[in-house]
Write a protein that binds this ligand. Structure first.
Ligand SMILES: *Cc1c(COP(=O)(O)O)cnc(C)c1O
Length: 359
């Protein structure tokens, strides 16, 4: 069996132990004589799975009973629309911070259905940093402040979250489970699963229950958070396979020491890459040091004409997914929880070798 070093941004590497566990249960899940994909979502077996996924998330992030944990379809992208539709009441506005591709998609979607104000944008600086606290002034009457806590494409993250009086909403798609967060500081946290949680096609939403009081009765039933909260994410047939995989990932994160342990491992992996990039003129980081992501490490070669060759040779050597997003180019290594230290060490060795031959 030849497994590659997978640095893809999403869908991305899954923990080998989780894949093996799923494989071992594929034909007969918990004595049911069926795979999880063949089970009714109303069955006792599936109820245990979705309960396990929810309680895993609650334990790992310290989510209290003041919050609902929802498993929704439509990925993180549908959340860009659902958040303003549910939580911005008629005639009101919401605040956004534009830190990159994903944050700006959220802004665009919010503006389609009402008022949204961009408090700060990094666009003119090529999205190379997160704003400082003194650069952000929330509107006193805004319904919420939306941020993207880690910009998957630009490779920047909020090291510290803004302090707000209005509910803080964060797209944590590409960094959930990689750092402890005080959920009580947020009104809503959401994440597409395909980076740090499991397969694509599923979004996890953690929402403070009282905010659901804002939801209008004229909103389509399926688009209301309350619909899914009241039905335990079983209003319609959910993505049962993905929920099962999220449960296994939760168990794997817990057995690996929890979110705090993965924060340490992530810092160690990221430092290996950033140290190499900083040490030599051959490589170059396009983002401000204080804002650097520990999940998506982006860099350039000083000689950009060597980048295509680097990506090609890396691929031949078994390093997959290193091409930067098509909108920005360059190189990107996504080093989510499932990417091992050994894979990062092997990449660093490959980079040093490439530099020796081309520098
Ligand atoms: C991947 C990603 C998304 C989009 O997720 P989908 O599940 O494809 O909708 C949104 N936000 C961030 C930060 C992401 O990394």
């Amino acid at each position: 069996m030849a497994r590659v070093h997978n640095f893809s941004a999403g869908p991305s590497a899954m923990p080998l132990a989780v894949l093996e566990k799923a494989q071992s249960e594929m034909l007969d899940l918990a004595g049911s004589g069926m795979s999880v994909m063949e089970l009714s979502h109303r069955s006792r077996e599936f109820q245990a799975i979705i309960d396990g996924a929810e309680s895993g998330i609650r334990r790992l992030l310290g989510v209290s009973e003041d919050y609902a944990v929802l498993f929704l379809q439509g990925g993180a992208s549908l959340q860009f629309a659902m958040i303003p539709l549910n939580l911005r009441r008629p005639g009101k506005s919401a605040d956004y911070v534009d830190t990159g591709s994903w944050a700006s998609k959220a802004v665009k979607e919010a503006k389609l259905t009402g008022a949204a104000k961009v408090l700060w944008s990094g666009k003119a600086d090529n999205y190379s940093r997160i704003p400082r606290a003194e650069e952000l002034k929330c509107s006193p009457d805004a319904e919420y402040l939306h941020i993207c806590s880690n910009e998957t494409i630009g490779g920047i993250r909020w090291t510290r979250f803004p302090e707000t009086k209005i509910p803080l909403i964060a797209d944590m798609s590409s960094e959930i489970f990689s750092r402890p967060v005080d959920v009580n500081k947020f009104g809503l946290i959401y994440a597409g699963a395909q980076k740090n949680l499991g397969p694509s096609g599923l979004a996890v939403v953690i929402i403070r229950k009282d905010l659901m009081g804002r939801i209008s009765g004229s909103l389509p039933v399926f688009l209301r958070y309350s619909t899914h909260a009241e039905s335990g994410s079983l209003y319609n047939t959910p993505n049962t396979w993905a929920i099962y995989m999220v449960k296994l990932v939760c168990e794997w994160v817990e057995s690996g020491g929890g979110v705090a342990a993965f924060e340490k491992k992530s810092a160690e992996k990221a430092a290996l890459l950033y140290n190499l990039i900083d040490e030599s003129e051959f490589w170059r980081s396009p983002v401000e040091k204080e804002s650097r992501s520990v999940m998506n490490v982006v860099w350039r070669l000083s000689r950009e004409d060597l980048e295509d060759g680097f990506i090609k040779q890396a691929k031949e050597a078994g390093f997959i997914g290193l091409k930067g997003h098509r909108s920005v180019g360059g190189i990107r290594a996504s080093i989510y929880n499932a990417v091992t230290l050994e894979s990062v060490e092997a990449l660093v060795a490959f980079m040093k070798d490439f530099e020796r031959k081309n520098g």
